[in-house]
Design a protein around this ligand. Structure first.
Ligand SMILES: [Zn+2]
Ligand SMILES: [Zn+2]
Length: 382
């Protein structure tokens, strides 16, 4: 029974070496193997010369074509666009080549390196050098695969370019224009919400457009969900509130009604840092500290806390005198008593006695002072 295994069934040459010994030494395991093992046994029974005659170490396509979105760098795979976060097209080409190449299953200790050669703007020739061990023999093979990059526009970028959106967030403020801090923050939050959704693989989340409106900004967003999240976040950070209005714009392919939702955000009239003069109140101006719920702050005459009533909420009847940032340093002449301090008027340098709020440090040589329609007041250090 030894002669069947010791001659190559194709060329009839005697088989020598480790392979033949294995086959002779373990007849038991051969018998218990199934049909597929039988094929392997036949292949293995070939002598090395016949085996390597048909052997394909590396299976490589003749060329690879990659569709890349010219706007966002997404790569088309299967039937969808995938964000790969590639730095450049060479990275994409390497990645796609790696995916497309296959090494023979019997190869062990496989190693490969690739050298990209830029042929023209859209073609990268990949020189791939493989090495591995087959039947105890080191094999090397070089394959060259041209990778053609075709620049396209992915579905998402096409929708962005087509100005597609499902919600608008209008950022406005009561009785004033939103500050640049507020509008910049709104845009930043929108992009952050989208980035978080993209992290989870959501390709439908995007900011379509951010544009200045007559008094504030408008943000067009790809879904209602992003609009609602943004409106909530803005109110959480800046106070105020929002209303939503939906409008039927169209029906989708399945006949479902598609609504576009407008979130009208109204930021409060006053912001932290504002100094305001309350109507029908003689307690002195108030430096606003918070506008969440009802307006809270400190009296700049005494340093005592102030909180608007529940009915007034974040909008008590008041007029703005200035801001913390408008204050200039005024020299302290003398602290007269707990209630009065003498300072030099920052404009006229005349010494004036003004109310001394309890936040004034008795040893301070200068204090921030705000001169307004309501007079001269000492503010807390910013
Ligand atoms: Zn042979
Ligand atoms: Zn794209």
């Amino acid at each position: 029974m030894t002669d069947a295994g010791t001659f190559c069934p194709r060329c009839g040459d005697p088989i020598e070496g480790d392979g033949a010994d294995e086959r002779e030494g373990a007849p038991g395991s051969r018998q218990s193997s199934g049909a597929s093992a039988g094929v392997t046994r036949r292949e293995r029974a070939l002598c090395d010369a016949c085996y390597f005659e048909d052997f394909e170490f590396v299976d490589a396509p003749e060329r690879i074509e990659v569709m890349v979105c010219a706007r966002c760098g997404a790569v088309h795979r299967g039937n969808r666009w995938v964000d790969v976060g590639a730095e450049d097209y060479t990275d994409v080409a390497i990645e796609e080549t790696t995916e497309a190449l296959a090494v023979h299953v019997e190869a062990e200790d496989v190693d490969w390196e690739v050298r990209p050669e830029q042929v023209d703007q859209n073609t990268i020739r990949m020189h791939c050098l493989f090495s591995g061990v087959v039947r105890g023999e080191v094999r090397t093979e070089e394959v060259v695969v041209p990778v053609k990059v075709s620049r396209q526009t992915c579905k998402r970028c096409g929708r962005i370019a087509g100005d597609s959106f499902a919600s608008i967030v209008q950022v406005r403020a009561v009785g004033r224009d939103p500050t640049s801090e507020e509008t910049e923050r709104a845009a930043e939050l929108a992009h952050r919400i989208v980035a978080d959704m993209e992290e989870t693989g959501d390709r439908n989340a995007f900011v379509t457009d951010v544009s200045e409106a007559e008094s504030g900004i408008d943000l067009k967003l790809s879904t209602n969900k992003i609009g609602l999240k943004l409106a909530n976040k803005l109110v959480e950070e800046f106070g105020g509130g929002f209303e939503d209005h939906e409008k039927l714009v169209t029906e989708d392919e399945d006949g479902n009604e598609v609504y576009r939702v407008t979130y009208a955000v109204r930021l409060p009239e006053f912001t932290p840092g504002d100094v305001i003069d309350l109507a029908d109140d003689d307690g002195g101006p108030v430096l606003v500290r918070s506008v969440h719920g009802n307006l809270k702050g400190v009296r700049v005459t005494t340093g005592e806390p102030y909180e608007a009533s529940y009915e007034d909420g974040d909008a008590p009847d008041a007029r703005k005198l200035g801001e913390l940032g408008d204050a200039t340093d005024a020299t302290v002449v003398t602290v007269e008593d707990d209630n009065a301090v003498q300072i030099l008027d920052p404009e006229t340098y005349e010494s004036k006695t003004v109310p001394c709020p309890d936040y004034v440090d008795a040893d301070a040589s200068t204090v921030p002072a705000l001169k307004s329609r309501a007079g001269l007041h000492v503010l807390p250090e910013a």
